[in-house]
Design a binder for this molecule. Structure first.
Ligand code: NAP
Ligand code: BGC
Ligand code: ZN
Length: 355
């Protein structure tokens, strides 16, 4: 079978031949339909994030997949069922995090991530997975099923943000998304169309005309250009917000987020930056967090419950938004295009097969 693999840090992804995997006990065989590409894939390709599987010299990419069960192999799944795989797997048999359904809370060393950390991904014509890590989705969402994983990331982020504010009377009435990449835009759509947030903003660094700015404005949100309005100055131009969602991977934003928050607000950090030393007024940051009851939290990955919530969310997002968000779906003959990153590119996927 064909697969897309990379030697991290040393080149572009290439098409390789691998034997079709055989499902082991408790595993199903899945025929891959589509696999999305995100910023993390670019970080993995560049060699900035992730690890090769033990003994391997290249990594099969892909962690945002949707497929169809080809062989349930005695599991509870049904032949022909549309499924989305979760990303994390236990390194050597289940550990406590996986046993309690919280692999997303496992520390480094207690998980592998398919297509990212120490395990091959889903960019292959077939993959196998323990059935417990395959989340069924409705057939009418199959063509967009590769968006379930990134949406699940934000389901978790919002759950944790809301939980951090649950000790008092807090409403999510305003939100700022940092980053106009695919994760930022999906999150913005969730705030606007699912969570009914009254006032939203999305930060980028692009000139008009730009398709991501068009999407931001079509969603009813306000575009903020970080070159004109740095994050820390946003409250002077607009107003502080109840929640900041950082999806730029730009390390200074982690700290500037605190200034963009209204009192009692929460900042949620998603980006995975490279090491970068710069000066921060730690005293002011500390004081700001304390005197205004602000919270700052980091979040990574997601669990099965977040995938299930994400499936419902995907069904609620407007078709017009999703059509504009997905700027390209490419077959194996032109898979390289899915890894292009120009200003016209928002979200891409590789198509391995159709239902
Ligand atoms: P992406 O496509 O690279 O998007 C990042 C966006 O941020 C880009 O559109 C970029 O603009 C913009 N940006 C970067 N620096 C900026 C600045 N200083 N001012 C304004 N805009 C800026 O990546 P993604 O897939 O959306 O993911 C976003 C981040 O979240 C990445 O760091 C990724 O690794 C991380 N992530 C984390 C998780 C998690 O579980 N924590 C899950 C998924 C992704 P330009 O395109 O114009 O450069
Ligand atoms: C993936 C997550 C993963 C994270 C860190 C993200 O792009 O969507 O599932 O945990 O990267 O590797
Ligand atoms: Zn991802």
């Amino acid at each position: 079978m064909k697969a897309i693999a990379v030697e991290p840090g040393s080149g572009d992804p290439s098409l390789i031949d691998l034997p079709r995997p055989e499902p082991g006990p408790g595993e199903a065989l899945v025929r891959t339909l589509r696999v999305g590409v995100d910023g993390t894939d670019h970080e993995v390709i560049a060699g900035h994030h992730g690890d090769l599987p033990d003994g391997a010299d290249r990594l099969v990419l892909g962690h945002e997949a949707v497929g169809v069960v080809d062989d349930p192999n005695g599991t509870d799944l049904e032949d022909g069922q549309i499924v989305v795989p979760t990303v994390r797997r236990p390194p050597e048999g289940p550990n406590e995090y996986f046993e309690r359904g919280e692999p997303d809370m496992a520390p480094s060393g207690a998980y592998l991530e398919r297509g990212i950390v120490g395990a091959h991904g889903f960019m292959a014509e077939y993959f196998t997975s323990p059935a417990e890590y395959l989340v069924p989705i409705p057939e009418d969402l199959a063509h967009l099923g590769f968006l379930v994983e990134p949406i699940s990331i934000t389901e978790k982020a919002i759950e944790h943000a809301v939980a951090s504010r649950s000790a008092f009377d807090w409403d999510l009435e305003s939100a700022l998304v940092l980053g106009n990449g695919s994760l930022g835009l999906l999150t913005l759509a969730m705030f606007e169309k699912v969570h009914d947030v009254d006032r939203t903003y999305c930060l980028g660094r692009r000139d008009r005309p730009d398709p991501s700015i068009d999407l931001i404005e079509e969603l009813g949100s306000t575009y903020v250009d970080s070159r004109e309005t740095p994050v820390s100055e946003i409250p002077e131009v607009h107003e502080g917000v109840d929640l900041v969602y950082e999806a730029t991977g730009y390390a200074k934003h982690a700290f500037e987020t605190v200034d963009a928050l209204a009192p009692n607000g929460v900042g949620v950090l998603l980006g995975v930056p490279e090491p970068w030393e710069f000066e921060v007024d730690g005293g002011r940051l500390h004081r700001e967090l304390v005197l205004h009851n602000k919270a700052l939290l980091g979040t990574v990955n997601s669990n099965r419950g977040h995938f299930e919530a994400a499936t419902d969310t995907l069904a609620q997002l407007p078709d017009s938004f999703l059509e504009d968000l997905v700027t390209g779906v490419y077959g194996l003959e032109s898979f390289e295009a899915a890894f292009d990153s120009g200003d016209e590119v928002i979200k891409t996927a590789v198509e391995f097969d159709t239902i």
